[in-house]
Design a binder for this molecule. Structure first.
Ligand code: MCN
Length: 788
């Protein structure tokens, strides 16, 4: 394990999918249209919290072009949306799991909650009719902050969640942590807010649902990251149908970043309604709708304490976190601030004792779920901000305190349930120091000072667990789903190959990288490999794309299927070459009798498989088409060091990112160009979180104040420097590709690196705390308040 074939694997092959994307030929859900199609529009709650006294549909139903209007009351026999992960609290009880209705039932709980589905001949007719619906609301007090929601007297959002609590959950050895704190030479402390984010994929969510009366079956085109999971949840859990009656197609998807993993009420209501109206229904969210109704990310409030000995060696970490679930439990919401967060609090360090307690609460805000990194950026932010603070308190250089505490022996079992298989944290730190020219930093800082600017440098040595995940571990931790992946390799008669994968590409370039794996292993031209994903009618049952799992889990399933193809090819070759099967070798696209020049090309074998003349049918089936399911034995643990350099104008509070360096270990790399692109995208998102993006609800009314790009600042090209990116390789020890995930790393490392740099710069003017996003206004205010 660990070695990677030369040839097309490891090369920066240009993306096969880009021709259709850059020529406008992609087929996104909104590009698909059907005969007799209608248009759906959702009437959404204008209030954060209200009882629905009455809904008067009379005028709306009489409006031109209206086909039908449905409200929650119509959805009899339709279950609520399920949550896929059961968390058991410190009290030994299951989390409070209030119903999550497809359309509001008697109450609305956030601005944007779906109240009615209006179906009309055209979009404008549906919108006009929606405006004629008269909803009599009794407005209730709202709460949007996850800590305030737990206070006595806070508005009660669900009957089934007293005090708005979803769960209090803990991990680690509390007694060991308390003992370590008692003997510590120094304790560093921090209060941290991890700001709430809106995912903002380029393509807003979209769905097209249709019903086939003759077959009594449904087809759902939907902008989604895991079509089989979507089908399973809609069919088996919500509508009570056999899966065979629902086909889910997620065609080209314009980004997801987590927000399209989940089953949402919109597409579920549409599938149900498509039978009622017996016509296809299309719905496409506009950007304002996306802001209020997509699942948001992050939103944690944390207090952390780190105990050290006199030399800055970490003895124990204590963390208390409040997490905002929003108004309802989205599909994977419950596991983000627990399983995907608390388990990463060891970071890259040997901290022997860790204890973390997480309380999740309901608020009158959009549901919160996984967003690029999902729990791991939050963990990295806590650990790396804490390490930065510890270095300041101990008067140690930032790289030195990290080196004093790095894990160096593997496998390494952390005190928070994970076992890191491999890594070399010195290598990525040294690499980053070199690439960032840290030696020249003092001169650059002096130059900034000459210009009246404050310069700062910040490190983040992150680790993440990705490649989700071993199903048995996930199951023991409360997962209600498996986390394997499936791949089918169908060799066609002339030796071309169609690969069917359960993973879903929505920007990550799988059509290229998966084709590289197949072409490399089979020794065939990459042009002869086609990758199919996203259609439950064509692909094997797979779990989709999130948690940077597609290469290490989905790619490995393909490798396993390729192994079966090669094994069968050897049998066919043995027959054709009249040799013993054990003597056949496969290399560079040829089956050869070992030690001879007698061989058959791959295409000759595939032809023989499908034209089985003179073929030992009694011993060997015709055809060359193999499927494999792969469930990993461990997560993969990408890790690295990111270094940010910022310059702050004390007069305006503007933070400029002067340089950003990322040196990552993703194990073996299939396509360096695609990986670099993934790092760039992730870092841009991480810088966005640190400096610009902030989802804000009004604390009184619960209105979303940042509901458009006028108020919610996305990073733009001129907010970012040209990134310096490098890699170091320790191959993953438990998958045959030796690969770890890369899709989230940038978003995990960048926020902490940037905010450490901001704190470093502002320390010169006495500022000790600034929360994300470090906007000019906040920075300027902090500088003014710190003035003597
Ligand atoms: N790769 C590689 N060598 C490695 C690791 C990965 O060549 N050692 C390649 C893979 O083959 C794949 C790509 O890099 O083409 C990303 O692989 P991986 O890390 O396995 O991540 P996934 O494909 O599972 O993608 C998921 C990840 C996540 S969780 C989010 S969120 C995210 C991200 O990818 N959302 C994205 N990147 C995104 N990129 C785009 N454009 N759009 C999104 O919505």
């Amino acid at each position: 394990m660990g070695a990677i074939e030369p040839g097309v694997i490891g090369q920066s092959v240009r993306r096969k999918e880009d021709l259709r994307f850059i020529t406008g030929a992609g087929q996104f859900t909104d590009d698909v249209n059907m005969v007799r199609q209608t248009q759906g529009v959702f009437l959404r709650s204008p209030h954060a919290h209200a009882t629905i006294r009455n809904i008067d549909l009379a005028k709306a139903k009489a409006a031109p072009g209206v086909v039908a209007i449905f409200t929650g009351a119509d959805l009899t026999g339709v279950n609520g949306l399920p949550c896929g992960w059961l968390i058991t609290g410190t009290d030994g009880k299951p989390m409070n799991e209030p119903p999550h209705p497809v359309l509001a039932q008697g109450k609305v709980r956030y601005v944007g909650d779906q109240v009615a589905l209006v179906i009309a001949e055209t979009l404008h007719q549906a919108k006009d009719a929606a405006e004629l619906i008269d909803v009599d609301y009794e407005v209730l007090p709202a709460v949007v902050n996850c800590v305030d929601a737990l206070k006595p007297g806070a508005p009660q959002i669900h009957e089934q969640a007293p005090g708005n609590k979803c769960y209090t959950w803990a991990l680690g050895d509390k007694a060991a942590v308390d003992a370590a704190f008692a003997k510590a030479a120094h304790i560093s402390k921090l209060d941290i807010v991890n700001n709430r984010l809106v995912p903002n994929a380029i393509e807003p969510r979209c769905a097209l649902a249709s019903y086939d009366r003759a077959a009594d079956s449904y087809t759902l085109y939907v902008s989604n990251q895991n079509p089989h999971l979507e089908r399973l949840l809609i069919a088996a859990f919500v509508l009570g149908l056999p899966e065979t009656k629902v086909r889910v197609i997620a065609p080209d998807v314009g980004g997801g970043f987590g927000s399209k993993i989940y089953l949402y009420g919109e597409e579920t209501a549409m599938v149900w309604a498509s039978k009622k109206v017996n016509r296809p229904i299309k719905w496409a969210a506009d950007r304002s709708e996306a802001f209020v109704s997509d699942a948001h990310g992050r939103d944690h409030v944390t207090h952390a304490e780190l105990a050290m000995d006199k030399d800055g060696k970490f003895l124990a970490l204590r963390v208390v976190t409040n997490a905002n679930m929003g108004a309802y439990l989205s599909t994977f919401a419950s596991c983000i601030p627990t399983i995907l967060y608390a388990t990463l609090l060891a970071g890259q360090y040997t901290t022997p004792a860790i204890y973390v307690e997480v309380t999740a609460s309901f608020t009158n805000t959009a549901p919160v779920d996984a967003y690029r990194g999902a729990g791991r950026p939050e963990a990295t932010f806590v650990v790396e901000r804490m390490v930065h603070q510890a270095a300041v308190d101990m008067k140690l250089p930032q790289d030195e305190i990290r080196r004093r505490n790095f894990i160096r022996t593997f496998p390494y079992a952390t005190p928070v349930a994970l076992t890191y298989d491999i890594g070399n944290y010195d290598a990525t730190l040294d690499g980053a120091n070199e690439l960032a020219d840290v030696q020249g930093y003092a001169a650059r800082k002096a130059d900034s000072a000459k210009r009246g600017k404050l310069r700062g440098i910040g490190y983040a040595s992150y680790i993440e667990a990705c490649g989700l995940a071993p199903s048995n571990v996930a199951g023991a931790l409360g997962a209600r789903a498996g986390l394997f992946e499936a791949g089918e390799v169908r060799v066609n008669p002339t030796g071309s190959v169609t690969v069917f994968t359960g993973s879903h590409s929505h920007g990550q370039g799988h059509e290229t990288t998966f084709a590289q794996i197949v072409a490399g292993r089979l020794g065939i031209d990459i042009a002869n490999v086609e990758v199919v994903h996203g259609d439950t009618g064509r692909i094997p049952f797979g779990m989709g794309t999130y948690g940077s799992r597609s290469l290490s889990v989905g790619g490995t399933a393909i490798v396993k299927a390729l192994d079966k193809v090669i094994a069968k090819g050897k049998k066919i070759a043995a027959h054709l070459l009249e040799a013993a099967e054990g003597d056949i070798e496969f290399k560079d696209g040829k089956f050869t009798v070992a030690g001879t020049d007698r061989s058959k090309a791959f295409a000759e074998i595939s032809l023989a498989a499908y034209v089985p003349h003179n073929y030992p049918l009694d011993k060997l089936e015709p055809g060359l088409d193999e499927t494999a399911f792969y469930d990993p034995t461990n997560f993969t643990y990408p890790a690295g060091t990111h270094i940010a350099e910022v310059e702050i104008d004390p007069d305006t509070g503007v933070v400029e990112v002067k340089a950003f360096t990322a040196v990552d270990d993703f194990g073996n790399i299939i396509n360096p160009m695609i990986v670099e692109g993934q790092v760039h995208g992730g870092v841009a998102q991480g810088i966005g979180q640190a400096l610009l993006e902030h989802c804000v609800y009004d604390p009184e009314s619960g209105q979303l104040l940042t509901g458009s790009y006028m108020d919610y600042a996305m990073p733009r090209a001129d907010d970012l420097p040209s990134f310096k990116v490098g890699t170091r390789v320790t191959p993953c020890t438990h998958n045959p590709l030796g690969a770890k995930g890369c899709g989230e790393a940038g978003a995990i490392g960048a926020p902490a690196a940037i905010m450490n740099a901001v704190h470093d710069a502002l320390s010169a003017v006495g500022v000790t705390r600034i929360d994300m996003p470090a906007s000019p206004h906040r920075v300027w205010q902090a500088i003014q308040s710190a003035r003597p």
